[in-house]
Design a protein around this ligand. Structure first.
Ligand SMILES: NC(=O)c1ccc[n+]([C@@H]2O[C@H](COP(=O)([O-])OP(=O)(O)OC[C@H]3O[C@@H](n4cnc5c(N)ncnc54)[C@H](OP(=O)(O)O)[C@@H]3O)[C@@H](O)[C@H]2O)c1
Length: 329
């Protein structure tokens, strides 16, 4: 298939400045954690990528370990970049990460300079890229000095293997320290990637304030709580869902009665707003200007099309917000 990107691709997307940097990100970005591995159907994820780019999504998020098997999402993405997006590299913001287990021995996970540099070299090979746009440290490492991990990010940027540095899953105080070290080294932290959704609100307890103070962007991951904040589980666990799949990270026991009850109540508010639950859950995050972009996943193009329509209405009345708070209590 010869893919020709839509000429209208920049018409309907909104772009937001990432902290105080020069980079703007699409309000909706696409993550390749699930659905892009060797266990998945290539024709399906190819269609998802085409729709994303045609809709103005310029930012694609990966990590060394995405698959399964680990590394295969980067391999598949690299192949499609090569086959379908050749000539469009300068329109794309591609990120990858290292932090979780990737290979045997003492250098295959966490936050040493040895691990981060080697892992990014492997990622670049798998994606057939000369550089990524953003390289993240994926999770804090309790044992490696923060100075070493941040100086590895600084080195990687200076080597031109990544244009920007980011951190993920860092609590507020550690994030503040990491951001200060990067600033001192001369490689400002571009972005933080935390888990944030209506069902996971820890970032409101300090992290968002730190990021605003330090001029760092915020890209919430799993903004749909892996599907719990969609209409997917309102009437049981469908066979084709992440919770039902053996390779999915959402466990059946996370689809609790309590969560389903909340989702049903939230769904009523969404219907009243003329939105699907997924659209409302994303709009609810984007109402906060400190949120640069929501980092969604999709297992089929229809889901992506649905989620993208969140941009039609990201305003909430005080009454709607109060009702939502009441449900989430
Ligand atoms: N930094 C980190 O530690 C970290 C951790 C996790 C994720 N991430 C990043 O965040 C990205 C997104 O994470 P996520 O996939 O958990 O995000 P999510 O958007 O919360 O969940 C995506 C899942 O929700 C369902 N879904 C999506 N849109 C839907 C719609 N409109 N209607 C009904 N169901 C819908 C699909 O589930 P089904 O498959 O059941 O259809 C889809 O696979 C990842 O790809 C990755 O890039 C980062």
């Amino acid at each position: 298939m010869n893919y020709q990107p839509s000429a209208d691709r920049y018409k309907n997307m909104q772009y937001r400045r990432c902290g105080k940097s020069g980079i703007k990100l699409p309000a909706v970005s696409l993550g390749l954690w699930h659905n892009f591995g060797h266990v998945d159907v290539a024709e399906n994820f190819r269609k998802i990528l085409h729709l994303a780019f045609d809709s103005g999504i310029t930012h694609f998020d990966l990590a060394n370990n995405y698959g399964p098997p680990p590394g295969s999402a980067e391999e598949n993405f690299g192949r499609l970049l090569h086959e379908d997006f050749h000539g469009y590299r300068d329109e794309l913001i591609i990120s990858t990460k290292a932090g979780y287990y990737m290979w045997e021995g003492p250098y295959g996970e966490w936050g040493s300079k040895k691990y981060l540099v080697s892992s990014l070299d492997q990622s670049l090979k798998r994606m057939r890229l000369e550089y990524v746009d953003i390289f993240y440290h994926h999770r804090p490492d309790p044992d490696t000095p923060l100075e070493e991990t941040m100086s590895a990010l600084d080195l990687i940027v200076r080597q031109g293997k990544a244009l920007y540095a980011g951190i993920s899953n860092y609590p507020a105080d550690e994030a503040d320290k990491a951001i200060a070290i990067l600033k001192r080294l001369g490689t400002p932290c571009l972005i933080h990637q935390p888990k944030y959704s209506m069902f996971e609100r820890w970032v409101e307890g300090g992290l968002l304030d730190v990021l605003e103070k330090d001029g760092v962007g915020c890209i919430p991951f799993s903004p749909l709580a892996q599907g719990l904040l969609t209409n997917k589980y309102l009437h049981g666990i469908p066979e084709d869902s992440r919770a039902a799949k053996s390779t999915g990270f959402l466990q059946e026991n996370q689809v609790t009665e309590g969560r389903v009850h909340q989702a049903k109540q939230l769904n009523k508010i969404a219907e009243h707003r003329g939105q699907t639950l997924a659209q409302m859950a994303l709009a609810w995050l984007l109402k906060d200007q400190r949120v640069t972009s929501v980092l969604i996943g999709a297992s089929r193009p229809e889901q992506l099309a649905d989620s993208l329509k969140c941009l039609d209405n990201i305003e909430f009345s005080p009454e709607e917000l109060a009702k939502i708070e009441d449900i989430l209590k």
